[in-house]
Design a protein around this ligand. Sequence first.
Ligand code: CMC
Length: 430
Amino acid sequence: MLYAKEISKATLEVNGKTFQLPVYMGTEGEMALDIRNLRAQTGLITYDPGFGNTGACASNITYIDGEKGILRYRGYDIADLTEHCNFLEVAYLLVHGFLPNKEEYAAFSSMMNQHSMLHEDMRHFYNLFPEHAHPMAMLSAMVVTLSTFYPELEHSANEAIDSMVTRLLSKLRTIAAFAYKKMKGHPIVYPRPDLSYCDNFLNMLFYTPVNGYKPDPVITKALNQLLILQADHEQNCSSTVVKAVGSSDANLYASISAGICALWGPKHGGANQAVIEMLEDIQNNQHGDVIGALERAKSKEDPFRLMGFGHRVYKTYDPRAEIAKKICHKVLDYLGVNDPLLDIAQRLEAGALSDQYFQERHLYPNVDFYTGISYRAIGIPTNMFTVLFALGRLPGWIAQWLEMRDASEHRIYRPRQLYVGPKLHSVKAD
Ligand code: CMC
């Protein structure tokens, strides 16, 4: 088992018989009960819909303390990383386990550059999507399509995995930018060798033959920071999907493509789009009435939820939301943007944090609450926000997939269930 050590045994009593279950402690003191032999020994399975109490693996990538609001990648605090690193360095950290030195960074950037183009035939796929196609659908489809252009990488030799990883990190950015250009009906823009990872992406988004595009260091820094905030979050829904697909030995492209679909949902990464749509609705249709929105969010009769609020793991302020809020103010101040949605968001936050319903349930803003307002100010359309999240989360997905593949305890993901359907009956008797 990866780094966890057994510290004691727990005793379980079932029908008068006792069983000993190993208890492990992780490096930060969290404890886990090993139930791997539970069914074989007792005939019981555990029941945990939504996996809220299920440790599916041991991992040395990301640490979260949801009670204290701590997030660390490979032992580095998220605030430290957003302040002192760029996204490519953090991607390297997540995938390789350590921050790159100068030479390693130069080699990594150069590989990013070499792999940044798409096979020309892939461009034609974009022509076949309808005008209104959501870019997350295009992203997922194009990622799995990569496996048809690079079939040799289905084998899992280490160099093949290395180039598959770099290829994906670099090409997802190009795939995302082409999807945007398709939606705009503008000519696509190819990646440039002289631009950094984020500048290249922004240039592919915003360059047009008539307007050009000049990278802006303040915006580039903000984008780097926002992508870092989203780069990993241990066993979240999409990472679990990536690993579940990969656990059948499906290739990395197929696994990531599935993860993109999982991220799309509004309870997960799709929340950044849903937050802006909610704020726009409050502004345009409810006269800016945040109290009414909070009342709706609290009502059990109304399916409406406060988007960008609440988290399975954080029971305090999401540390990413805190940083995202600062970035949001910085970007809007710098661009001289006065976005009324920021005012609504801040009033919603203040109202929720002083309301008993949200306090009792420990509901705070999550990473998605403020990121969209920054993206909007930069000029990125709402339906591209989750694409940006996917771009940020990609190194985390890859790191989690690689760790799962290499773990000695790796087995196909295959949970059990408690069957509560009809007992045996026959067609004839019915
Ligand atoms: N607005 C109103 N009530 C909420 C909210 C919310 N945003 N989130 C949770 N609750 C209530 C929920 O109704 C429940 O109340 P009760 O105990 O009375 O039944 C209680 O809080 C616990 O909620 P839960 O649904 O059991 O919590 P969960 O851990 O299953 O779900 C969540 C977590 C993030 C899906 C949920 O908080 C939510 O739907 N939030 C809004 C969507 C969102 O912002 N998602 C982004 C998450 S962070 C980034 C990411 O993962 O991609």
